[in-house]
Design a protein around this ligand. Structure first.
Ligand code: NAD
Length: 483
């Protein structure tokens, strides 16, 4: 691959051009020069400084790039500048503070600086909108907002998760309306982000990048960029193939978890340990891999698995294709919190615990371990259902800001595990944060002697919990009772 050599745009030229979009294409500032620049001299702008944008920005700064991160929420930018990180993710916070201090990573609310960038990467949110279709408002407004500052020769990479056809039929037309021809004025690529929170930095460094472009040159330039960054690439034949790849990954995960959750329920009904079954079942070679049941859990949360299957269902529907499986999986996974609440309630009833006199302690409010992200967290629904059935619920999560828990649950969070577990009749581990993985969290607690432990993430050895005198439950309803 030839090196992609770049110079910067001339803002004055941009101002002249903006007066007439008709002549825009011919006058668009030139970003490609004949002089070669080393990879780390390339400037990168990232639009959207949430979970994905932040991890990507820190990763690229670590790789030596000058990064400009832009977010339209002034509060986020101000907080980071004041040294208050807006999210928690392993190996991100300290580096973020360091790079912001050294200005290797600049953060701003203005899009103006992208005219000095060679590569622009979009990571704005694409949440679920009405009727189970994608809400592309942030994407559209972001593309509109950057258009006045785009320069000839820049590479625009979309990383946000998009319904198939969005890059071609939504993004490209906006660019064209602004007189910018994707594929000749700028290069347009879609490379979905596939990292998982909690291990995002490692995945950012290790996952191969799926690459596509609006034309061959755009795809080649994007591929070349990710290779310079040091990442493996997986080129696919079209934008739509890349958009579908991302959705396919997440549908596979959601359907697989749903299957495990259903297997867990049948195992529960016959007193069999689902984890035992899954360990054995997963030993069967099949195709290029093996049978691979994921682990049954507390339900599926986060911002991606809960929406991406709907993007696929909605897109298929628009093509007169009715998809059943992703919808069923969504329903199965959405029902898990209710099953858990029913289980806890019935077990507490067996112990003659009356809800109004009973404390249930929840360890972990984030949707999974090692993240501050609470979007669609199953814990939210479990807490709400337990509260509405009259239980007193205490919550502790060292990864989530107190104000978030108060805002979302109306509960003042506990200040420590000890504080949370005091006098509890049930202990529910709903996020597998490292802080909870020590048996002493339970053994040293002042929970009631007759308490039950619901280990939502299978972090404890059931025997150890039972030896402490507690009844043990986990998804797959592997029950062990302290006699
Ligand atoms: N979070 C994940 O684990 C993950 C993993 C893979 C893919 N994705 C996808 O990546 C995208 C981003 O996800 P996220 O979790 O980082 O979302 P997020 O909500 O954490 O971050 C999005 C950011 O974009 C900003 N933003 C919105 N509109 C903007 C605009 N017009 N200009 C500038 N900034 C704007 C928001 O203020 C927010 O900070 C989504 O499409 C998501 O589906 C997320």
């Amino acid at each position: 691959m030839l090196p992609f050599s770049l110079t910067r745009c001339d803002p004055i030229q941009i101002l002249l051009i903006r007066k007439s979009t008709d002549i825009r294409m011919s006058l668009l500032p030139l970003c490609v020069s004949s002089t070669s620049a080393s990879a780390s001299q390339e400037g990168i702008a990232i639009i959207g400084f949430g979970y994905v944008g932040t991890v990507l920005a820190v990763f690229l700064a670590e790789r030596g790039y000058d990064v400009l991160a832009i977010d339209n929420q002034a509060k986020i930018i101000e907080e980071i500048k004041a040294g208050k990180p807006h999210l928690k993710e392993p190996n991100v916070e300290d580096s973020l503070a360091k790079f912001v201090r050294s200005e290797k990573l600049k953060i701003d609310t203005s899009y103006k600086g992208i005219q000095n960038s060679d590569v622009i990467i979009v990571t704005v949110g694409t949440p679920l909108g009405g009727h189970y279709s994608a809400d592309l408002t942030a994407l559209e407004s972001c593309i509109e907002a950057i258009c006045p500052y785009l320069c000839k020769g820049q590479l625009l990479i979309l990383k946000s998760t998009l319904p198939p056809g969005t890059t071609r039929n939504v993004v490209a037309p906006i660019l064209k309306r602004h007189g910018i021809k994707p594929g000749s004025d700028i290069f347009l690529s879609f490379c979905p982000e596939r990292l998982a929170e909690g291990n995002a930095m490692n995945e950012m460094k290790e996952l191969p990048v799926v690459v596509s472009g609006i034309d061959e040159e755009s795809a080649l330039r994007a591929e070349s960029f990710w290779k310079r960054v040091g990442l493996e690439t997986i080129p696919v034949k079209s934008l739509e193939a890349a958009e579908l790849t991302k959705l396919a990954d997440n549908v596979w995960i959601d359907v697989n978890v749903a299957l495990s959750n259903e297997l867990a329920r049948v195992c529960e009904s016959v007193g069999v340990d689902a984890m035992d079954v899954i360990r054995a079942a997963n030993s069967l070679p099949k195709g290029p891999g093996k049978v691979n049941f994921l682990t049954p859990g507390v339900g599926v949360g986060g911002s991606c698995l809960t929406k991406d299957p709907w993007f696929l269902v909605d897109f298929a529907k628009s093509k007169q294709v009715q998809l059943e499986l992703p919808q069923v999986a969504r329903r199965v996974n959405d029902h898990v919190p209710a099953f858990i609440v029913n289980l806890i309630e019935s077990e507490l009833k067996k112990k003659n615990c009356v809800p109004r006199d009973t404390r249930v302690a929840v360890l972990g409010y984030a949707f999974k371990g090692s993240t501050s992200d609470t979007r669609n967290s199953p814990a939210k629904e479990i807490i709400s259902k337990l509260s509405s059935r009259g239980f007193t619920v205490s919550v502790y999560d060292p990864w989530v800001q107190e104000e978030v828990i108060i805002r979302e649950t109306d509960i003042n969070p506990s200040s420590s595990t000890d504080d949370c577990l005091r006098s509890a009749s049930a202990i529910l581990v709903l996020a597998d944060h490292p802080e909870f993985k020590n048996l002493e969290v339970i053994s040293n607690s002042k929970a009631l002697k007759s308490a039950i432990v619901f280990d939502g993430w299978h972090i404890f050895d059931p025997r150890s919990i039972v030896e402490l005198g507690f009844d043990y439950f986990s998804p797959g309803a592997f029950q062990r009772r302290a006699d």
